[in-house]
Design a protein. Structure first.
Length: 139
């Protein structure tokens, strides 16, 4: 979460800055959910899903803006930030995957699954940004 905020301040592309700021807000929600679980409270996914849908809509708008950015190529600094964040998202998603299997409470598993899905969406958004700038080629 700290790195997402820090990266939002460091990047030079306005669309990327908005994308990272959106992700930082979601990461704050993830932290609140985890803290609730750690304190013995099982989060209600109805409220979390509504917030998640709002954030997902915001993220999709950010992805569209990233694709339609003013510059057709990413600078090296932004590419480095994105690659670091993409690796972080992959790692975090894997950690949630393991944690989901370790909880007996299905509501906690649902909450963690929801967070993991959002982490995967973050990775997709970063990939889409990099791809739109010609900085991530699969081949």
């Amino acid at each position: 979460m700290k790195s997402t905020r820090a990266y939002a301040q460091q990047d030079t592309d306005t669309q990327l800055k908005q994308l990272f700021q959106s992700y930082a807000q979601q990461e704050q929600q993830h932290l609140s959910t985890i803290n609730s679980i750690l304190s013995g409270q099982v989060p209600s996914m109805n409220q979390g899903q509504q917030q998640g849908q709002q954030m997902q809509q915001s993220q999709q708008t950010g992805n569209t803006q990233a694709t339609a950015g003013t510059s057709s190529t990413a600078n090296q600094k932004d590419t480095t930030l994105c690659n670091d964040m993409l690796m972080t998202e992959k790692y975090v998603s894997g950690a949630y995957d393991s944690a989901i299997f370790e909880f007996a409470d299905s509501n906690v598993r649902q909450a963690l699954n929801h967070i993991q899905k959002e982490e995967q969406q973050h990775g997709e958004g970063i990939y889409n940004y990099l791809s739109s700038k010609g900085a991530y080629n699969i081949g």
